[in-house]
Design a protein around this ligand. Structure first.
Ligand code: CP
Length: 304
């Protein structure tokens, strides 16, 4: 495999290989070894056509910890603003002898399109409402770390499933590993026929939380939202927001996840986000090891 375009294209064994490789890098980082010389002859371009905090910084840090040369491109400060196309932009970057491109783009399938037109290895860092594969990998890795495995665990993904690339990639990853998955949110924010992916729909949040071991809370993707889809923010929070009182009423203690950015007080209150049940910052920490693993494994194909 030369690219990471989506979880849809992976096998369960690929995920396990990524996790085992991430285990190794996490152990190295925990020994305070901040840099390994693995990718000294590899150059990576991070090209972001959409805003990002976690993914962009996490990829850059992962690349630097592997000793790769790194260049960063942000569309808002580039000649894209003067009308340059995606292919021209990337072809120009690649002519500077870049081996790998990490790309975030608002259009679903942008990474797939690019992989058909350029020689470099492509990693999808989020393409519209389609996939966010490294987020799903770090999410499953964090569940494995917290609960000892993913297979057989009950995971509910709560929120704007319709517009969420995190939801789709998580569904693919969790199902591949044998987890049971439900989605929960307003009917207008759940894709039609989502059951065909092997997930159940539960519109009652308390029932969903009582069923699950893990709740992955998503924000409303306001940037992709048609207003007709949506209840008011207040109505949404009343029906689908998780707060401490609700958690205390459950039969058991569940694990709380969130890919970020959090809209505190909307999908999740601060006392939940910052509680000991929350592994939100563990997810961010694990993102670096997971991205080191993905880059390292793909780079080994380039070197062959
Ligand atoms: N989880 C995630 O993709 O966050 P950013 O948009 O900040 O990268």
């Amino acid at each position: 495999v030369k690219h990471l375009l989506g979880i849809k294209y992976l096998k369960e064994s690929d995920i396990q290989l990524i996790f085992e490789t991430a285990d190794h890098f996490k152990e190295v980082i925990n020994r305070s070894i901040k840099k390994v010389p693995s990718l000294r002859d590899i150059t990576i371009a991070n090209i972001f056509f959409e805003n990002s905090t976690r993914t962009k910084l996490s990829f850059e840090l992962a690349e630097k910890r592997l000793s790769a040369d790194v260049i960063n491109f942000s569309a808002s400060q580039s000649s894209v603003k003067k009308g340059e196309t995606l292919i021209d932009t990337v072809s120009n970057i690649l002519s500077m002898k870049v081996d790998m491109v990490v790309m975030r783009h608002p259009n679903p399938g942008a990474g797939i399109f690019l992989s058909k037109h350029v020689e470099a290895s492509i990693i999808n860092a989020g393409d519209g409402a389609h996939e966010h594969p490294t987020q799903a990998l770090l999410d499953s890795y964090s569940i494995r770390e917290k609960l000892g495995g993913v297979s057989g665990k009950n995971v509910v993904i709560v929120g704007d499933i319709l517009h969420s690339r995190v939801a789709l990639s998580n569904i693919f990853a969790l199902k591949l590993q044998g987890a049971n998955v439900k989605v929960c949110g307003p009917k207008t924010l759940i894709p039609k026929h989502i059951e065909s992916l092997g997930v159940e729909v539960e519109t009652n949040l308390k029932k969903a939380l009582n069923w699950c071991d893990v709740a992955n809370m998503l924000r409303i993707q306001n940037e992709r939202l048609d207003i007709s889809y949506f209840p008011t923010t207040r109505e949404y929070t009343q029906q689908f927001g998780v707060n401490k009182k609700l958690l205390n009423e459950l039969d058991k203690e569940i694990v709380i996840m969130h890919p970020g950015p959090i809209n505190r007080g909307v999908e999740i209150t601060s006392d939940v986000a910052d509680s000991k049940q929350s592994i939100i910052l563990d997810q961010v920490e694990n993102g670096v090891a997971i991205r080191m693993a993905v880059i390292y494994l793909l780079a080994s194909k380039i070197k062959q």
